[in-house]
Design a protein around this ligand. Sequence first.
Ligand code: MG
Ligand code: MG
Length: 272
Amino acid sequence: MIELKSSEEMDEIARGGRIIAALYREMQTRIVPGVSTGELDRFAETFITDHDGALPAFKGLYGFPGTMCCSINEEVVHGIPSKKRVLREGDILSLDTGVRLNGWCSDSAWTFGVGDVAGAVVDLLDATRHALDRAVDAARAGNHVGHIGHAVESAVRGLGFEVIRDLVGHGIGRKVHEDPQVPNRGEPGEGPLLQVGMVLAIEPMIAMGTWRIRTLSDRWTIVTADGQPSAHFEHTIGITEAGPRILTAEVSPGAASDSTTSRGSEQLRGTA
Ligand code: MG
Ligand code: MG
């Protein structure tokens, strides 16, 4: 069952979402060669709990031990933060973070380059971020869930990258994972009808090589089957009368509201 949220409830979700956006802004200067994902995770937990008594929503979820999923290079999602995982120049690091505030959850992911990153990898990051922008723009009442996946696929078609097929976005609200599933592929008109009040976590994961994945022996970390890099960008969005509203964005000074996007808008305000 898909639960619809009021605009006041979306405001609550956006309060938590802004904490993730602010965290990722902080991370831009902290993600450098020589730092470990364990150190970054410890910073993130303190940062979140220092804001309005928010809680890390992933810690303990299904038994996950960290505040953030920290996935390096070929790791797609669910990497476990560790002091033993030290970043090196040229790596990419995908952070995925959930926040719970006043009982409402928000979820956002961002892939960061570590120092100088190879041009082909920068292209992968740009393509994935662009795919998220297009997918968010497709999240409009009257469209279907399939429009979102179609937008992701269309955005990366012809670039030589592949959409990770077996991992999906999701509804979100009181729980991190709610109905519906939001695949990163599909056709317009497929899947549930999008309605005002839906809150969705849209999260393209795009691989440089194969879309096939496997899970490491730690039973958490999901990697590409061919060991090539993968990128992940995610926003929690609410569907409003005025279009998709990004709930995991920072408010820019003077902005009337977070970021309701107009149809055809290419530039959405990011989290980092
Ligand atoms: Mg996430
Ligand atoms: Mg998610």
